[in-house]
Design a protein around this ligand. Structure first.
Ligand code: ZN
Length: 219
């Protein structure tokens, strides 16, 4: 083979390489175009959004399932909530049944000691002249005033959603026929439960807009 021929073969091989390179560049270009294509991107974003939404909806459904059947939901109206059986002295019922219910709703700070201190400081008689359940003695009668407001107005502006929920819950626990406010007695297990909230005036024991009164006495 002459030098000249060898040179041509070399050129032909270079040309073949060049074609390959062009093909590779074209491939890379198509890939780049694919990535740059807004439709491809759009479809990808839609797929990711759909996946995330599915996961979130799934998590919400799983998370809400126990709440709807558990303690997160108030018991059905007229039904009796599972609040435990009232036993012992009225003070026992306040301390062991009622205060834990208050704690689960919003009233974290109330304790048997704070109730006792408040009852020690309470006046002896009610506005209607009867002996207040706050004064006990604790084996006969006991009462707790439960509040999460410092409001003093004797009207609806002193009421709070948490106190409303507490009154609703206690009413269901202790067979009190409750319509959201009033002075109403319920009876369960040989005890009388007196619920006062959202009312005022002497006939209701004074201002009960700014606290929930729950009194317990042995029948
Ligand atoms: Zn009271």
């Amino acid at each position: 083979m002459a030098d000249e021929d060898q040179g041509r073969v070399g050129q032909a091989m270079d040309a073949a390489k060049a074609v390959k390179q062009v093909e590779q560049v074209a491939k890379a270009g198509r890939a780049a175009m694919l990535l740059a294509n807004p439709w491809v991107w759009g479809a990808g974003v839609v797929a990711v959004v759909f996946l995330v939404a599915t996961v979130i909806i799934g998590a919400v459904l799983v998370g809400s399932a126990p709440a709807s059947g558990g303690t997160g939901q108030a018991p059905a109206a007229g039904g009796t909530a599972d609040c435990g059986k009232p036993t012992g002295t009225p003070k026992d019922i306040i301390d062991k049944l009622i205060l834990p219910i208050a704690h689960t709703i919003a009233f974290k700070d109330i304790t048997p000691e704070s109730v006792e201190a408040a009852n020690d400081a309470h006046s002896n008689s009610t506005t209607s002249g009867n002996t207040s359940e706050h004064k006990g003695p604790p084996e006969v009668a006991w009462a707790a005033d439960i509040s999460n407001t410092g409001a003093t107005a004797e009207n609806e502006s002193s009421m709070t959603p948490e106190m409303g929920k507490l009154a609703d819950t206690l009413a269901k626990c202790f067979n009190v026929k409750w319509t959201g406010r009033g002075l109403v007695n319920g009876y369960k297990g040989g005890y009388r439960f007196q619920l006062i909230y959202g009312v005022g005036g002497a006939e209701n024991g004074g201002n009960h807009f700014n606290h929930v009164h729950i009194g317990v006495s042995k029948q």
